[in-house]
Design a binder for this molecule. Structure first.
Ligand code: CDT
Length: 307
C-alpha cells in the first residue's frame, strides 16, 4: 500500500480547529493526487502541543480536548477522507463522557469508520510546574496513562498497530506489538528540538535518538514504521521534524525535507515483513521468556547487592 506520513507545521495556540482541519484536508487532497491509501497524521494534531503550558483554568484546559470524534469541526476531515477512499490515523486529546483524559490516536478506515483506538501509555514529563526546566512538559498533568494496552488491527490487508511519540523510545512498546505480528506501526509525535533539562542536547542529538528508536523498533520486529511529526516553531518553542517511513530492515525509505506541512510518501509491501519474522526474529523459535521476568515484574532498577 502507498502510505503518507502527514507532517504538520506548527499550530499556534490561537489557531482554530477549523483552520487546522483545513490544512489537514489540503494534505488529504495532496495524498489523493499521489494515490495514497493511508495517511498518518501526528500526535495532538488538532492543537498546539499544549502540555508545554501550565494551565490552571479548567476552561482553558478543556478547550484543548475533544469530547467527541468526529465533532462538528473534524467531520469535514472524515468526509473528505471517505470521498477520497483514504484511511487515516489521527492523534488528539480525548475527554471521555466520564471526564477521563487521554492522549489518543484513532485509525479510520477508507469508509470513514473508526476501527481502532489507542491511548498513549508512556507519558513523559511531569505533573506540576517545574521552575528548573527551560520549558514545561506537563503530559502527566493533563493525561492519565492509556488503558487499552497496545492492540493491533487487521486493516488495509495487513496487521496495523499504533503508538504515540514517547512510546517509540521504549522497546516494550515495539515488542508487545511485534508479538501480535504487527506489519506496520503508525505514530505521531511532538518532540521539542532541545532538552528542557539538558541545554547541550540539541536538534542533532534528538534527531539521532529519534531515528535510532524508529529504526531499531522496525528492524527488531520486522515491521514497517510510519512516523509523522508536528514541527517548526510553535508558540515560540521549536519542535523537531524528521517525519519518516522505515522498512522492516530498519532502513529509512522516505524522509521529510521541511519543518512544515509535508507529505512523506512510500510504497510499503507488507509481505516484506515476512522474511525477518521467519528468520532472525522468529520469536517462537528464539525468544527465551524464562529470562525475561524482570521486564514485567519490576519497574525501576534493582541494583545488585554491594560487595
Ligand atoms: N510528546 C512527547 O511524548 N514528547 C516526548 C518528549 C520527551 S523527550 C525525551 C518525546 O518522546 O519526544
Amino acid at each position: 500500500m502507498r502510505v503518507a506520513a502527514a507532517q504538520s507545521g506548527p499550530i499556534q495556540k490561537a489557531d482554530s480547529r477549523q483552520a487546522v482541519v483545513r490544512r489537514m484536508i489540503d494534505l488529504l487532497d495532496r495524498a489523493k493526487a499521489q494515490r495514497c491509501d493511508l495517511v498518518v497524521f501526528t500526535e495532538l494534531a488538532l492543537t498546539t502541543f499544549f502540555p508545554r503550558w501550565h494551565m490552571t483554568d479548567p476552561a482553558e484546559v478543556d478547550a484543548c480536548f475533544e469530547r467527541e470524534m468526529p465533532s462538528a469541526a473534524t467531520r469535514p476531515l472524515f468526509e473528505r477522507a471517505r470521498e477520497h477512499g483514504i484511511a487515516f490515523h489521527l492523534g488528539y486529546a480525548e475527554l471521555t463522557p466520564e471526564g477521563r483524559r487521554f492522549n489518543t490516536a484513532i485509525l479510520v478506515d477508507r469508509g470513514g469508520r473508526t476501527i481502532g483506538k489507542y491511548r498513549k501509555v508512556h507519558l513523559p514529563g511531569h505533573a506540576e510546574f517545574d521552575p528548573a526546566r527551560s520549558f514545561q512538559h506537563l503530559e502527566k498533568r493533563y493525561f492519565e496513562p492509556g488503558d487499552l494496552g497496545f492492540p493491533v488491527w487487521r486493516a488495509m490487508g495487513g496487521i496495523l498497530g499504533m503508538c504515540i511519540c514517547n512510546d517509540r523510545r521504549w522497546p516494550e512498546t515495539w515488542r508487545v506489538l511485534g508479538l501480535q505480528g504487527v506489519e506496520m506501526v503508525v505514530l505521531g509525535y511532538n518532540t521539542p528540538s532541545v532538552n528542557s533539562q539538558k541545554p547541550g542536547e540539541g536538534p542533532q542529538q534528538r534527531m539521532f535518538q529519534h531515528r535510532l528508536s524508529l529504526q531499531a523498533g522496525a528492524y527488531q520486529n520486522s515491521t514497517w514504521v510510519v512516523a509523522a511529526a508536528k514541527c517548526g516553531v510553535e508558540d515560540g518553542h521549536p519542535l523537531m521534524g524528521g517525519s519518516m517511513i522505515v522498512n522492516p530492515d530498519g532502513e529509512v525509505v522516505a524522509e521529510a525535507a521541511t519543518l512544515d506541512d509535508e507529505l512523506v510518501v512510500a510504497d510499503c509491501d507488507l509481505d516484506a515483513t515476512a522474511f525477518g519474522k521467519q528468520t532472525v526474529f522468529d520469536f517462537a523459535r528464539h525468544r527465551r521468556v524464562e529470562h525475561y521476568g524482570r521486564i514485567t515484574g519490576q519497574t525501576g532498577v534493582i541494583l545488585p547487592p554491594e560487595e
